[in-house]
Write a protein that binds this ligand. Sequence first.
Ligand SMILES: Cc1cc2nc3c(=O)[nH]c(=O)nc-3n(C[C@H](O)[C@H](O)[C@H](O)COP(=O)(O)OP(=O)(O)OC[C@H]3O[C@@H](n4cnc5c(N)ncnc54)[C@H](O)[C@@H]3O)c2cc1C
Length: 461
Amino acid sequence: MNIVLFNKDLRISDHQPLTEAARAGEVLPLYVFEPSLWKEAPLSARHFEFVVESLDELAKGIEDQGGKLFFAINEMKMVLDKLLDIYDSINLFLHNDIRLMDIVAEWARQNEQRVFSYGPELENVPGKLFNNRLNSYLKELLAEVPNKIDVPSKIPDFLFTDFKKLQNFKVKGNKIRFGQQGGEMKAAETLDSFLEGRFSNYIENHQKPLPSSLSSSRLSAYITWGNISVRTVFQKTDEKLQACELEEDKIQLEEFLSKLTARMKICSTENKDQQLPNDSNIKREWNEDWFQRWLQGRTGIPIIDAAMRSLDKTGWMNFSLRAMVTSFIANTLSLDERNPSSALAELYLDYEPAVHDFYVQQQVGMKRKMKIIDPVKVGRQLDPDGAFIRRYIPELSKLPDEYIHEPWLYPAFYQLGYEAPMVDVKKMNKHARLQYQALKSKGKDILKKEEGESEQLSFDF
Ligand SMILES: Cc1cc2nc3c(=O)[nH]c(=O)nc-3n(C[C@H](O)[C@H](O)[C@H](O)COP(=O)(O)OP(=O)(O)OC[C@H]3O[C@@H](n4cnc5c(N)ncnc54)[C@H](O)[C@@H]3O)c2cc1C
């Protein structure tokens, strides 16, 4: 039996495993809800909802071609064992996602079954060769949607197609009302609207909290969950780029493509267990009250609070805000970054372990110089008129511009109903800097620049 294992590739377009499996004969398209993954990884109800929305559209797409999408709730190895009991031999078709491949390849080896994996072979490929391989992968012809998907004549009892059965699958965290909706159609619409015009101020608005939510692509969740393939994004963008008459437009799209390839580079670099190492050189303590105030957007520092409240509501933040809230909790407050990192991952709809861990490590000084950020100073640069702050902190909506980043200086501050700042940021940052310098002079190698890390991956205010 030809089994297509869907994972973070929830689409029918440019899905090579599905195309190849359909060519081989009867196909069982399958999505497995692995309880341990949803329990232990920083995945939450908002991710689950996005996945279910994506699967709903995928199921319809497969049905249109005559097939059926099946679901199972169990650990992957158990599901494969059960499938092998029913079908004497199985061929597994999947994209080469590191986590899933580890499980599937080992199981297939032990059980002498065949695995066909697809996707770019970029893992730990050095410099120039990486760029060549990546380029040829991105320019390859897209996989055709199969004309016909033959449903297997024998279907195991433990598989199901009814979405109602997922209601009992409990996942931590809350759903969101204002987040992006999952699915291939939304992904395609988002790319189209970006290329039709939203991209024109991509660079200028990239760091600004409110403008970036419109003029950056907003494709990250769709790319993370595979509602659209990276090469579809690349090829459509490249087509647009070739057609651009204005040099300025070309520059915007080239910058966008460089982010896309940065992502592929990060995802293909080995990051052992995809967890943050616990041997950070800076001694970090734990303070639950500080953590909760940060998480709930009640630190009393407007730009941090607006960022955390917006993330809670929408599931998205731009790069600069992600960097700032991470630096605040781990560097300014010197809290152990592992819990905050997981808490953020549960909130980012586009959570991608390799990318997220890479940047958290970069912020806290595990990759290069620790990034200590003054949220008042940088907040003023990013959100000069406080429009972002006013949108997410109603307590400050009527505050005059001059006080919006330092409301505690406002004469009637205590009537606003907004928190007083939980710490003196300047003092805390000074302390963090001294601690960091002391470590540096002890000869610790936290400044060591990672080999192969390209400049475009660095970010400085
Ligand atoms: C601490 C921290 C954690 C992050 N965690 C994630 C994460 O879990 N998932 C994630 O997709 N991005 C993450 N990023 C990178 C970046 O912030 C987001 O990709 C971006 O904000 C997504 O918005 P967009 O789709 O509009 O991006 P665009 O600017 O339109 O970029 C297009 C695509 O390129 C990729 N991309 C954009 N910026 C970067 C970058 N600097 N590095 C690598 N890839 C990039 C994304 O897939 C994005 O969809 C993180 C950044 C920081 C500082």
